[in-house]
Design a protein around this ligand. Sequence first.
Ligand SMILES: NC(=O)C1=CN([C@@H]2O[C@H](COP(=O)(O)OP(=O)(O)OC[C@H]3O[C@@H](n4cnc5c(N)ncnc54)[C@H](O)[C@@H]3O)[C@@H](O)[C@H]2O)C=CC1
Ligand SMILES: O=C(O)[C@@H]1CCC=N1
Length: 274
Amino acid sequence: MASQVTFIGAGNMASAIIGGMIDSGYPREAITATSPSDDMLAPVREKLGIHTETDNAAAVANADVVVLAVKPQIMHDVCSAMRDAVQARKPLILSVAAGLPAETLESWLGGELAVVRCMPNTPSLVGAGAAGLYANPRVSEAQRRLATELLEAVGLVEWVEEEALLEAVTAVSGSAPAYFFLMFEAMEEAGARLGLPADTARRLAMQTAFGAARMAMASDKPPGELKRNVMSPGGTTERAIEHLEDAGLRDIMQQAMTACAERAREMAEELGKR
Ligand SMILES: NC(=O)C1=CN([C@@H]2O[C@H](COP(=O)(O)OP(=O)(O)OC[C@H]3O[C@@H](n4cnc5c(N)ncnc54)[C@H](O)[C@@H]3O)[C@@H](O)[C@H]2O)C=CC1
Ligand SMILES: O=C(O)[C@@H]1CCC=N1
């Protein structure tokens, strides 16, 4: 029988994972989602055909997995209110909340729990996410497989063996969709200055990013080699790449991603203090 999975929160992230699970054949009757008001839940119930519940404690009473998918700022109150119900059942806790350490969640929920902490990204909403996962020592092999199955429903899953590495994951994939969106903005502006209609430049830039990612993922060759394959000697690409290298793009990425990982560490400290 499929594991009973309860989502605390029925917003963007929860709906994306639930939608992916259903698309990959997970039985709807084994999925429950919660929210404080039924107004939020009615569309989820109608669209996804899963169970819904406004009482978190009741919703975890028969859960094998509890997915924490509310905003980090309200997590303490949400966890405190369902602590007894969680302790009575001891399900696997899977958190998609940015920044909250596994140990903090475990203690807010009463201690001695298997906790998987996940750093997802927003392309999960279109089934093309990338997530880093960390398991605390209480998580069993079977629970790891289950967490992988749930998150693979919305994209790529990579496990890290040290929780602090989720800060690096935040820099490489959690925050990274925004780096590419910035690049699209810059390419659209530059394309428009070169005379293209802005929307044409936008579509060409986005399709090119999509194509480059697909090509790199399908190829055995490292990205550097694929890059050189586009660069005819003395040609146009070589000129553009020279500009990007001379302007210090590699250094800029290094600095931006270091700052991102550092902020993830600070946030974990701030959120864990309660
Ligand atoms: N790394 C990333 O880019 C992303 C991380 N996340 C993480 O996922 C989590 C959820 O984010 P979203 O889905 O975007 O938020 P959202 O605002 O779309 O959804 C939050 C849900 O929580 C519900 N909620 C509020 N109070 C509740 C309570 N007491 N009990 C049960 N449900 C309650 C709301 O009704 C709403 O359905 C956050 O912790 C966020 O950090 C989400 C998206 C991407
Ligand atoms: O910007 C943030 O803090 C969150 C974490 C990763 C993506 N968004």
